[in-house]
Design a protein around this ligand. Sequence first.
Ligand code: SF4
Length: 336
Amino acid sequence: MLQMIAKPPLTIRLCQPRGFCAGVDRAIQIVVLALKKYGAPVYVRHEIVHNRYVVEGLQNLGAVFIEELSEIPDEHRDAPVVFSAHGVPKSVPADAVARNLFYLDATCPLVSKVHKQAMRHQRKGRHVLLIGHAGHPEVIGTMGQLDEGAVTLIETEADVRNFTPVDPAALGFVTQTTLSVEDTAGILKALQEKFPAMEAPAAESICYATTNRQDAVKETAPGSDLYLVVGAPNSSNSRRLVEVAERAGAKMSLLVQRASEIPWNDIGGIATLGLSAGASAPEIIVDEIINAFRERFEVNVELAITATETEEFPVMRVLRDVELTPADMAFVNGNG
Ligand code: SF4
């Protein structure tokens, strides 16, 4: 007679909010709608959002990912090209116009807001300090809104100590939208102590989605034996969530892109799992991860609701005549 082996119990504290933010959702919708309206290929400059699964899903629908506009072959000059949610330097749309390309800018409106704040500082004669991470596309895009030499990137408190401005009375700062709220507060404090006249942007740069996801992780991490954040290694906001979980008291905290990356042999006898997803991670992978735990544990999912998000960013006018159905987004949302 077959003997059933009882699975050990596991409580999953599932963060809400988690996963897609309004800016990522909009960027993916733009590519999907462009494919519906204009047909394949639709070119996309840079990963539309930092998630391999999303990129591959869009490739399957007919999107072609490129790093530079020069990669678009002459015979496809009429095909639309979409700029990613992270934003682009001003030189990129200018290049598109010079090449006679039809572009759709999927820059998140909250990133565009930071661009405007940085330009406002510059207009007022201030040197701009951008708190962020070197090499991130959003940082490249924000720096590229300003004239050469008009902005200095500050990554750490050591950078603050080493920075000597021409005029300490004419400084303004903005930040990347996806930073750690706590790390940024430390850098800002150091800047404000050193340059008391430094002007803040008119609105907070760290976006609602970053703040909400970090708050939810802070709430659910204490007492978690393991914390998993679904996200890509090049996703800034996802990596911050892993750090926040560790700091807030999770015994172990890991970033995973798919269920296949869960290190089952290393996680030991866990009883409580914290689970969240970065702003570029689709819900379908959160489901995949919960199902992988269900195969090994008797799972009880506790939804930890720390905020309600109602933000929605409409797509550009030229795509509003195309219907977006649940089936169109099933490859990321898992329904349809
Ligand atoms: S993380 Fe924030 S700034 Fe970035 S795309 Fe999402 S809503 Fe926009």
